[in-house]
Design a protein around this ligand. Sequence first.
Ligand SMILES: [Zn+2]
Length: 129
Amino acid sequence: MKPTWKKTKTKSLKRSVTLGDTQREFTQDVADLIQFIYDSGYECTLGDAYRDPRSHGKMGEDKAYGRPTSAHKQRLAIDLNLFLDGKYLSTTEAHRLFGEFWEGMTQDNVWGGRFNDGNHYSRRYNGIA
Ligand SMILES: [Zn+2]
């Protein structure tokens, strides 16, 4: 049985343009994604979300792990660790159902499975995803 999902009522239909508005919409989408994961019989834990510039460098700066222009630096990405029956699922393929769900929410959602980073879910903003 494929779980159903409906956009939350609080979300506006018009996508915003400021970084702050985009961050808040992204967070709402993450909540919906996590709910979909649980509704599908899976569980997850939170991995990296925001990467603080004091540790990871400013946008474009290559100071720690990850890409210098990562969406994590804009609070527009999250890595989710996926579990089924208590077993950690590490492959990109295990995330496909949720990655495609994520991409279906808005054309600006990007699933890391498209670049071999299956647990990465991000929002495109100013050309960065
Ligand atoms: Zn990531």
